[in-house]
Write a protein that binds this ligand. Structure first.
Ligand code: GLA
Length: 388
């Protein structure tokens, strides 16, 4: 990434020297829609990032320019709750959380842009939240422990943007380590790094480039449906407080008291939580075929039981099913558009990409975008990153 470009853009505009913060997007190998059910996830930051150039401005006004969309938003620190521009809400939302934590943040200027594709399910929103939070803490000399940053960013999205997201994206953004995936237990936030030794294989993302508008409202609906399921199951098993505490046998027993839809949602989540554990075992012994098989199972669950896929994602996954060079594929992230993640044999990478591209174009009249990603370090200043 060319950090000096952002430095120069900032200097051109404001004539001062900024700090440069880099904040990555993320992938998730497996464990989808499990975070807000207290389950496991297996994410990692990637080498696509947002870069923010920031400096104090000795006032109480925050001025932010989003280079990629050519828009500028300005607001007073005591009026952050009135910000309406969708992208600026991620910034104002984090400021509001910092204010709740009694962290004194004054005016600053910021210019940002980057390479995380928007709406691709790689969590550009968490990157913006955590990146701005990290930068604000730096500028105003607040020692902020990483978990406080993660939680403030998540709450910003829950409370100000209105998406009741779990903690995976913000956690991955802040805690990731180059070359590793994080197995995060979303119940107690204990985590473990796993070297992502894929050897013969590489991770390829195919981007449908569609984002169905249902996304965030349906996300909140899924959360509710899971809560409904837990309520019914807990009538039979009083110790149950989340789907993490449930087995398929317990669900079976309680099923009669819930709608078919709610039962399906619970079935998917309970199975997915145990799939993450199986996937970690597979990763440890480099059983990539097994890991891939689990990824396909996840996709089928997300598509048929959890119903957060869409025709474009299903086609992308289906195209790979008969390819020996693809160990596994599935939709990634919240759903209703965005990317699939594919575990692809390196030696046949080009053939796989060209076959998926042409198969997709035949159906939808345009090719998917393709990203090959490597696993990167979490949010920090560009300076710190260069020293690593
Ligand atoms: C979005 C949310 C995450 C997580 C995923 C689905 O990315 O922000 O918290 O729930 O969807 O796994």
């Amino acid at each position: 990434m060319n950090y000096s470009y952002f430095e120069q853009e900032f200097q051109k505009k404001y004539g001062r020297q900024p700090i440069i913060v880099r904040s990555p997007g993320r992938i998730n190998i497996i464990g989808e829609h499990t975070d807000y059910n207290q389950g496991f996830v297996l994410p990692a930051a990637v080498d696509k990032e947002i870069v923010l150039a920031m400096a104090k401005n000795d006032s109480d006004t925050i001025r932010v320019t989003a280079l990629d969309v050519g828009e500028e938003v300005e607001f007073r620190t005591d009026q952050a709750d009135q910000v309406e521009e969708p992208w600026a809400k991620y910034i104002a939302g984090v400021l509001l959380q910092f204010q709740k934590l009694s962290l004194d943040i004054r005016g600053f200027d910021c210019v940002f842009g980057g390479t995380i594709p928007l709406g691709a399910g790689m969590s550009s929103s968490a990157a913006l939240e955590c990146g701005i939070g990290y930068g604000m803490a730096r500028l105003f000399d607040h020692e902020l422990d990483p978990l406080t940053l993660v939680k403030a960013a998540q709450r910003a999205e829950n409370e100000f943007v209105g998406v009741k997201c779990g903690i995976m994206d913000q956690f991955a953004n802040v805690f990731s380590k180059e070359g590793h995936v994080i197995k995060l237990d979303c119940r107690d936030l204990r985590y473990e790094y796993f070297p992502a030794e894929l050897d013969t294989h590489t991770l390829v993302l195919f981007d449908t480039q569609v984002k169905h508008s249902l996304g965030s409202s349906e996300y909140n609906v899924r959360r509710k449906e899971c809560e409904e399921g837990v309520e019914v199951i807990s009538k039979h098993y009083p110790n149950v407080t989340s789907l993490r505490d449930c087995t398929l046998e317990m669900l079976e027993k309680a099923k009669a008291g819930m709608t078919g839809k709610v039962a399906d949602r619970c079935e998917y989540v309970i199975s997915e939580i145990s799939r993450v554990e199986q996937a970690c075992e597979a990763l440890q012994v480099k059983a990539l075929d097994e890991l891939g098989r689990l990824m396909y199972e996840t996709h089928d669950g997300l598509s048929q039981k959890y119903e957060v896929s869409c025709v474009e994602l299903d086609v992308l996954v289906d195209l790979t099913r008969s390819m020996n060079a693809v160990a596994g594929a599935r939709m990634m992230g919240g759903g209703f558009g965005g990317c699939t993640i594919n575990l692809v044999d390196k030696t046949h990478r080009d053939t796989v990409i060209s076959q998926v591209k042409s198969g997709y174009a035949e159906k939808f009249g345009h090719e998917p975008k393709v990203y090959e990603v490597s696993l990167a370090e979490g949010t920090g200043t560009a300076e710190e990153y260069a020293l690593k």
